[in-house]
Design a binder for this molecule. Sequence first.
Ligand code: UFG
Length: 331
Amino acid sequence: MTRVLITGGAGYVGSVSASAFIEAGHDVVVLDDLTTGHRAAVPAGAVLHQGTYVDGDALARLLETEQIEAILHCAARSLVGESIREPARYFGENVAGGVALLDAARAAGVERVVFSSTAAVYGVPESTPIPEEAPLRPINPYGETKRAFESALAWYGRAYGMRSVSLRYFNVAGATEALGEDHQPETHLIPNVLRAADGGPELTVFGDDYPTPDGTCIRDYIHVSDLAQAHLLALAATAPDDSRTGEPLVCNLGNGGGFSVREVLSAAEAVTGRTVPFTVGGRRAGDPPVLVARSSRAAQILGWQPAQPSLEEMVGSAWDWRRAHPGGYGE
Ligand code: UFG
């Protein structure tokens, strides 16, 4: 049992992870400023502190009073488009705030960190599936700030003995029975497809002239519950003396297969039994044609195997959550 602080634990990935950590017997403290997270998403059994990791002094006090042993750092600004318009916000929070978090951890003697990184660190890959050793050439401030934090974490590790795992998520999707995706605004494909199926605004497919079999972009979707399990395995790997984190560990998290936007649309029609109204619009800036992970490292080193790799399961669980929570978290 470990006492874990989950930053962003009221968000989509953070809340599902908090729930999995509690189920696995860990003590969970959530730090979330609730600007994009939801109080109602914090699972029963977790202690919620409303606040920000960017305030290093307050965070150091929190780590000490809560006797935190490890940090799962999920909180971040995470919208590609917004990051292009407001890089100051991204560098200020994700990088400067992230360094404040690392310094608070040092001050409080917390030496275990699991970090939510992203496939956006790769930019437009030379080939797919993308291995972790591929060059990091982010094409937007979001990916750049995640790369910068990964780098800080690695150097802090070598200098100060911090043990870390950076998990580069590909496209997170799906829901558990209780917890799902509720973003304002919603930019992600699957919730937008389901909203269209549910009588909401029709979907805009951002481009069908990509060099892919059906012309739409291909992404590697991974179930949010599988992601949470990877976090648990990563936490274990940061234990003192665990040789896997003698050097900072970086793992992709994907299924190693991809689905096009049109395939997601078809899966949603099959799952919902409804037609998804859509129009084809222009390309969205910064979208690489294909992003698929090589995720053998997570399997080999962490022992991670996705339990719900099928697109139908991901879309189906997101649909079930939407039907059960028509107003999202209602906040
Ligand atoms: N798409 C549409 N219409 C929509 C929304 C998305 O056609 O309304 C398309 C996008 O153009 C893209 C695909 O669906 O081709 C997936 O888009 P998402 O926005 O769902 O996901 P991204 O691949 O853009 O982004 C995800 C994460 C980012 C991360 C990125 C790379 O959400 O945080 O993967 O790792 F940066």
